[in-house]
Design a protein around this ligand. Structure first.
Ligand code: NAI
Length: 415
């Protein structure tokens, strides 16, 4: 099969077919080219869905510079394909070391982008820390994940942000679908593919009952697993309880869990005392942004031998003979496993449409530097496009309903 890039197969073809919102954005903005004259830096997991976002930005006039947001989630064929476009430049290679990954970010930032569409605040943190002159020239940014928002909040609190940034992760059109359903399905799918183990009947411990954790826990239970949730927030713990999961602390969960999945966004959630208590054959993985949720240095230190019984699986055998299996080196299990493709394209269609719209909108604002909520009209607009692609219609409030909703007087409303 050939495409406009010659005789190479088009690695984005399948994702493009499943990202109709992007096609509608490209159709709407392909002529007016709102990004014309802007250099847009994109940091994200470099798989096919991100490729479609990059292509759509380019079709809307942007000069795009792209780089990974995780060193191990890059697909080389996608990078090579995009890099062959005029106006799109890769700062990425498959299988980069942590040092090469950081170096790529610094090299990209030296090109002085106007806008930054970020994941994990990888570029926004670095531009402020190491390239202050470049940060001054950035018009605005957008951040797509929870971990990045946490970093941006810290930067905003310190008053160091040099430009306005939209917190895309916090929009309903992002976290209600990407975090809950995307992470939920793709994490469990990749655990199943990597281990070839059945989830039904297993005791699955999910650390953190935020958007990602609740998606994973609910879907694991749907597959027949016995789910256990650990939390530090009493309200989230109660929500997990009322949703039907067993709630306990990690010390107790460690003794009964067969599969552990961390989704907290913080460090050392599963550590030495927990590895000590785990049953033989326990499997551990992480779906949070950074590879710090499972204390791997401690695990390596405790183990007598370390082997690789299967691609994507590292087995730590303890002095007492128990095996503890770690998937994907504790990195994002849905994105860095041997067969990982990340979230389904349909889900990333909404997330990346929000990033596209956030980038387009922030160009036109005169916001002071800081972290901002994405205007509701953009979120609603993406939801409407998505409904259109599903051929689904919804009701319009009638005049009498609007009148009823806005009338608080007891006498008039007939209470
Ligand atoms: P969230 O803030 O909604 O949930 C995190 C939950 O973890 C909170 O309920 C918090 O109380 C809990 N928590 C914090 N410390 C804990 C501890 N020591 N033990 C147990 N629970 C603890 O965040 P969200 O949106 O669920 O994201 C979680 C992580 O997943 C972030 O790092 C985010 O960037 C990442 N993420 C990963 C994706 C993927 O593709 N794998 C997609 C989207 C987000």
């Amino acid at each position: 099969m050939t495409d406009e890039h010659g005789d190479r197969e088009d690695p984005l073809a399948w994702a493009r077919d499943h990202m109709p919102i992007h096609e509608s954005l490209a159709e709407q903005y392909g002529e007016s080219e709102p990004f014309d004259g802007y250099t847009v830096a994109v940091a994200s997991h470099l798989e096919t869905n991100t490729g479609v976002l990059i292509e759509t930005l380019s079709r809307a006039g942007a000069e795009v510079l792209f780089t990974p947001s995780e060193p191990q989630s890059t697909h080389g064929d996608v990078v090579a394909f995009l890099d062959s476009y005029e106006g799109i430049t890769a700062y990425a290679e498959e299988g980069m070391s942590d040092e090469e990954f950081a170096e790529a970010h610094h090299t990209l930032l030296e090109e002085e982008p106007d806008l930054i569409l970020d994941d994990g605040s990888e570029l926004i943190a670095k531009v402020h820390e190491s390239h202050p002159g470049v940060a001054e020239g950035v018009i605005g940014g957008a951040e797509q994940t929870t971990a990045g928002i946490t970093r941006l909040e810290a930067m905003d609190d310190e008053g160091v942000l040099e430009f306005p940034v939209y917190g895309v992760n916090d929009t309903p059109m992002k976290h209600c679908f990407d975090n809950v359903h995307g992470t939920g399905e793709s994490s469990l799918t990749n655990v199943a593919i990597t281990t070839n183990a059945i989830l039904s009947g297993k005791t699955v411990v999910v650390a953190g009952y935020g958007y990602c954790g609740r998606g994973i826990a609910r879907k694991a239970r749907g597959l027949g697993a016995q789910t256990v949730v650990t939390e530090v927030d009493p309200r989230k713990a109660l929500e997990a309880h009322m949703d039907g999961h067993r709630v306990t602390n990690m010390a107790e969960a460690a003794e009964i869990g067969e599969l552990f999945i961390t989704t907290t966004g913080t460090a050392d959630v599963i550590r030495g005392e927990h590895f000590e208590a785990m049953p033989d054959g326990a499997t551990l993985c992480n779906a949070g942004h950074f590879d710090v949720e499972i204390d791997q240095p401690e695990l390596a230190e405790m183990a007598e031998t370390v082997t690789h019984p299967k691609e994507g699986v590292t087995r730590y055998t303890m002095p007492d003979g128990r095996d503890v299996n770690l998937l994907s080196d504790g990195r994002l299990v849905n994105l860095t496993g041997p067969y990982s493709q990340g979230h389904p394209a349909e889900v990333m269609d909404t997330t990346f449409a929000m990033m596209f719209e956030a980038g387009r909108d922030i160009r036109e604002t005169d916001l002071e530097p800081g972290l901002y909520a994405v205007p509701d009209r953009l979120d609603r607009g993406v939801a409407e496009r998505k409904l259109e692609t599903l051929d689904a219609t919804i009701d319009e409030p009638t005049d009498s309903q609007r009148e009823y909703d806005s009338d608080w007087r007891e006498t008039d409303s007939g209470f």
